[in-house]
Design a protein around this ligand. Structure first.
Ligand code: SR1
Ligand code: MG
Length: 397
């Protein structure tokens, strides 16, 4: 029993009718079909089509449950839906075309209505199938740069940045990340899913004092460096892609908060590592190498865009470009490791690894943990990203 009414396929048409912004968008009585497509860990999601049945007149409703969808015994604040609406508006303003448009936000029922992107697909699934969507990694680098500059002290100036930080706290969702990414994989916890074949690998990884020190530092950075209104959960399952015409959208910003810019870049890199581990498990070295090359593509697009924006900063007396980029790079390396490792140890696995045949999975997990260890131990050292492929493939580089 929730304190607000949950949507269902049956009740969505009346709900749309009751929301002026949505009724205006689709036209009165225009809903022709509703499909439930909830498949993430947390929310209900419905695709709503309008009178002509075309996706261009449709919309998506996303409603926060007051608990984890895949584990109703785990309460999570439904206020995350409001955080998502706020962040989506800001991201639309600073990075238009790289996130879904937002049409409506309903704080009473914890629903946001956003653009229907049914002609896109989730990037993780495409990567798992060995498909190459060229340009997506660079689009995401530009997205992180625009958000990272536009919502930072550089883009906003000191007072507006402080006001934005105060208006964008998202403590409950940050706590989930602190626990699931930075703490639970490194302790004995009921959430962890360690198979017997990988017990030794996990023990070696979490038992390495250099790993523990670097993860501790990364967690502190996550908790205290309020640089920009970052996405907060930018894995490849939070990205929609379309080939013709080419389009990339980062979605699902309910974890958005004022945090370190390297957190979003590192999330992408960590998920490239997972995608490459899958490709290598199937012996597809060409795809693994292409996927790992995406890390450089994302970084270079980020760096170029951030550098392009830099002269327009609010106060030229704040910060220096080169040291700041170096800081972001170092943060991202540690996050890449943390994000890859959490997916093979802790709560919330990813299909890249979890759908591998049993006999291939243990080696893939071992490779991911080896890569994470390399990244944490070597930090932002020269060429560290280029050595990940060898470690993933089981070579002791
Ligand atoms: C309980 S939420 C589990 C995970 O799903 C989301 O996508 C985030 O990655 C979170 O850590
Ligand atoms: Mg999500």
């Amino acid at each position: 029993m929730t304190a607000y009414e949950l949507l269902s396929v049956e009740t969505v048409p009346a709900y749309v009718e009751s929301r002026p912004a949505l009724r205006d968008l689709l036209g009165p009585g225009a809903v022709t079909s509703v499909r439930e497509v909830s498949d993430g860990n947390l929310n209900l999601v419905f695709v709503v089509e309008g009178a002509d049945g075309s996706s261009s007149r449709g919309l998506v409703l996303k409603q926060a449950l007051p608990y984890v969808r895949v584990d109703p015994t785990w309460p999570v604040t439904a206020e995350r839906n409001g955080y998502e609406a706020g962040a989506l508006r800001v991201h639309n303003a600073v990075a238009p075309g790289l996130v879904p448009e937002i049409y409506d936000a309903d704080p009473a029922r914890h629903v946001v209505a956003i653009e229907d992107l049914s002609d896109h697909r989730v990037w993780r699934g495409a990567l798992n199938e060995g498909l190459r969507h060229e340009g997506v990694a660079a689009d995401l680098g530009r997205y992180v740069a625009r958000v990272g500059f536009g919502t930072s002290v550089f883009g906003l100036g000191a007072r507006a940045h402080k006001a934005a930080v105060a208006a964008s706290v998202n403590p409950e969702m940050c706590e989930i990340t602190e626990d699931l990414v930075f703490t639970e994989p490194y302790v004995t916890h009921e959430h962890n899913r360690i198979r017997p074949a990988n017990e030794r690998d996990v023990a070696d990884y979490v038992g390495d004092p250099r790993v523990r020190a670097a993860i501790g530092t990364a967690k502190l950075t996550f908790m205290t460096h309020a640089e920009a209104l970052v996405h907060g959960d930018l894995h490849t399952g939070s990205v929609l892609v379309r080939d013709e015409p080419r389009s990339t959208r980062a979605f699902d910003v309910e974890f958005a908060f004022y945090g370190p810019l390297g957190f979003d870049l590192g999330a992408l890199w960590g998920n490239y590592v997972l995608a490459a581990a899958r490709a290598l498990a199937f012996g597809d070295e060409a795809h693994a190498s292409w996927v790992l090359g995406l890390a450089r593509e994302t970084w270079e697009a980020f760096e170029e865009e951030f550098t392009r924006l830099w002269p327009g900063r609010a106060d030229p007396r704040v910060g220096e470009l080169e040291p700041y980029l170096a800081k972001v790079y170092g943060d991202a390396i540690a996050v890449a490791a943390a994000k890859a490792a959490r997916r093979v140890i802790g709560y919330a696995g990813v299909s890249d690894i979890d759908t591998l045949p049993e006999d291939l999975r243990a080696g893939a997990v071992r490779g991911v943990l080896g890569a994470a260890r390399l990244l944490l131990v070597e930090g932002g050292g020269p060429g560290v990203l280029d050595r990940v492929g060898g470690v993933l493939a089981g070579k002791n580089l």
